[in-house]
Design a protein around this ligand. Sequence first.
Ligand code: ATP
Ligand code: MG
Length: 156
Amino acid sequence: VLKSDVRLSILVGDIVESLKPLAASHEVTMHVDCKPLCIYANGQQMKELFGNLISNAVKYNKPGGEVWVTVTEEDRNVIIRVKDNGMGIPKESLSRIFERFYRVDKGRSKKQGGTGLGLSIVKHIVNFYHGTITVRSELDLGTEFIVKIPIQGKMC
Ligand code: ATP
Ligand code: MG
C-alpha cells in the first residue's frame, strides 16, 4: 500500500462534492467541518473510507435529512465523525453491519443498489491504520459513525 501526505480537508471536500448529485436525489443536505489536517496514508483508501460512510449517511436518510461530517485531531488521533438524522439501524443489526454482504433489511436496501460491502471495506481500512470504528444509532432518529486513527510520526 503506497502512502503519501494526504491533506484531509481537500480530500473530504472532493468526496462531498462528488456526492452532491446523490445527496440532491435524496433531498439530503451535507455539512462539513474539517480541520486542516494532513496524515500519512493511502489516498485511495481514505477516499473509500469517507465515500462509504458519507454515501451511507445520504442513502439511508429521509427527504429533508442532514449529514454532518467532522474531522478533528484529539490526543494524536484523527477523529472522523459522520452523523445523520436518517432512518437509524435496529439494535439487533448493529453488531452485524461490518460483515461482508450484510444489509439491514432487504426492503430498505434493495432499492439503493449496492452490495453490502461498504462497511466491511471501511472496517478493513480502519484496521489497517490500527484505528477503531464505533457506531451509535437510534432507530428513526439517526446514526453516527466515529473513526479514530492514531497519528504515527509527525503530522505533515
Ligand atoms: P454498498 O456499501 O456495498 O453499496 P450497503 O450500503 O448496503 O452497500 P454497507 O455500506 O456495508 O452496505 O452497509 C450495510 C448496511 O448497514 C446497509 O445496507 C444499511 O442497511 C445499514 N447502514 C449503513 N449505514 C447506515 C446509516 N448511516 N444509517 C442507516 N443504516 C445504515
Ligand atoms: Mg454502503
